[in-house]
Write a new protein. Structure first.
Length: 182
């Protein structure tokens, strides 16, 4: 399944990141390498300091307490994302919420980046598809010519077709290839 979403710019991204860090430290519930990378060092974590191509990102969907998480069977391409300098936060076949590595189905708790309690069941991350590797700032590196220009992937990334073929109707639905980690 392929999922396409557009993100709105969030002017309070920095405060939300700090809110998650405070909740994680207070509860000890969600401090992991992705959260540490995104909110302590802030590459890809806030609207004021957008991440570069290849940096981990926290998708806007994680801001909503009723969002149960992504499915390992889907790709989500969020465009217009101020948390990434490229404007694109890519979720490539990932399970759960980027901000909640252990999920909450076994009695734990999950919180949004702003600190709100997540009110639905969230599956834990899969060990072989951690958020830090597959939820990242990306860019479109190929596709229908009318939707260019396209970016070049750096050496630690490759250009992979993720969206379905162009249907020829002139609508940009995110068709094409995107930079992913090797």
């Amino acid at each position: 399944m392929i999922k396409r979403m557009g993100l709105s710019v969030n002017a309070t991204g920095r405060f939300q990141g700090l809110g998650l860090v405070v909740c994680c430290l207070w509860l000890g519930a969600c401090w992991d390498p992705l959260v540490r990378e995104v909110f302590e060092n802030e590459p890809g974590g806030s609207a004021s300091t957008p991440g570069e191509l290849g940096d981990a990102c926290i998708p806007e969907d994680d801001d909503y307490p009723t969002f149960a998480g992504f499915s390992v069977y889907e790709v989500s391409i969020s465009t217009g994302d101020a948390r990434c300098a490229t404007g694109t936060c890519l979720v490539d076949r990932f399970q759960g919420r980027a901000s909640c590595p252990d999920g909450n189905v076994d009695g734990g708790e999950c919180f949004t980046p702003s600190g709100a309690l997540v009110t639905v069941d969230v599956e834990p991350h899969l060990p072989d598809r951690p958020a830090a590797e597959v939820v990242l700032c990306s860019c479109r590196c190929g596709g229908p010519a009318e939707f260019g220009p396209f970016c070049e992937c750096p050496g630690d990334m490759r250009c992979l077709e993720l969206e379905g073929p162009y249907d020829g109707d002139g609508t940009d639905n995110g068709q094409g290839s995107y930079c992913v980690r090797r």
